[in-house]
Design a protein around this ligand. Structure first.
Ligand SMILES: [Zn+2]
Length: 163
């Protein structure tokens, strides 16, 4: 995994992982900057608590707070659609470079493999990523891109030669 988003180091005084209050999925900390960047009605005031990102596909919760008095943010509260929670081909997987699930599938259907992770890695190396303020998870998207490509390869027609 790349170091591009190593800014999200867990703070020691709060739990690194919390269970989503709605679906129970173990959720990792998300940086306040990410919450402020993506929640549409926060303006200047992000609640002073640690937030966690629920990445479960069936759950409407996106960010939930450590402090139960602070608001929970759901899908409709964000500027962007949360790709990991949607199944459409137009859902974004890589927010920095605008790669959708459909882009990954199309390439696999055309060529039998995926070069997206490599291409994104090259852009990240060149310092062009901004996952912290663009990706709802606040983390680098490479893991998700690799996972989507693997899923798409598994469901690709068997006529395609796999490498
Ligand atoms: Zn959840």
């Amino acid at each position: 995994m790349s170091e591009c988003c190593a800014v999200n180091k867990p703070r020691s005084e709060v739990p690194a992982v919390m269970a989503c209050p709605v679906c129970g999925t173990r959720s990792k900390q998300v940086d306040t900057l990410t919450v402020k960047s993506l929640v549409r009605h926060l303006r200047f005031g992000a609640p002073p608590t640690q937030y966690y990102f629920c990445d479960a596909a069936g759950c409407d919760v996106v960010y939930f707070p450590l402090d139960p008095a602070a608001p929970t943010f759901r899908r409709a509260d964000l500027w962007v659609r949360v790709g990991v929670k949607e199944l459409e081909d137009s859902s974004l997987v890589c927010y920095c470079f605008g790669v959708t699930r459909g882009n990954i599938r199309d390439e696999i259907q055309r060529t039998g493999k995926s070069s997206m992770a490599e291409r994104i890695k090259a852009e990240v190396k060149a310092g062009h990523c901004a996952c912290e303020t663009k990706n709802p998870s606040g983390k680098c998207c490479l893991g998700s891109v690799t996972r989507e490509a693997r899923l798409a390869l598994q469901s690709a027609p068997t006529t395609i030669e796999r490498t």
